[in-house]
Design a binder for this molecule. Sequence first.
Ligand code: NI
Length: 173
Amino acid sequence: MAKLPIVKIGDPVLQVRAQEVPKITKKIAKLIDDMIETMYEANGVGLAAPQVGVSQRIIVVDPGEGPVALVNPVIQSAQGEDIDVEGCLSIPERWVYVKRATEIEVTGLNEKGKPVRIMAEGYFARALQHEIDHLDGILMLDRSLGEASVEELEEAEEQEPSESLELQVGEGE
Ligand code: NI
């Protein structure tokens, strides 16, 4: 694995719609490994491929129990709404309040190309929505309802996201 440089706000790759991944090749699997390492090195809870300069529909998120990778993720349903604080590895030293759905269902492929379905709540649902936004060229600042402090972010992240995770692999096969 290798740590990748993180692209910062102002780079056009963060503002365009990323491409679908047609096939999970060895190169894609390596990219996912590198993205996971990069996320942990940067102390992030999620990372999208455009943030490492790759305009493809891949995200990694850690709901608190290890990394989850999703290729070509699609939000199938969303319920509820909640306003809380987010940060972004591409937007250093800024934290903003964003309104997100509180419960979502997401489908996609895992790093092995298997179809997966994720039911997520709370901060994990928030992180997934933030990362999927990156695949559509949308940044948290585009949805900002106001600036926050880093302490407010830490409070938000301290919720227990792992309890809300339900992951099904092989759905629809
Ligand atoms: Ni971000």
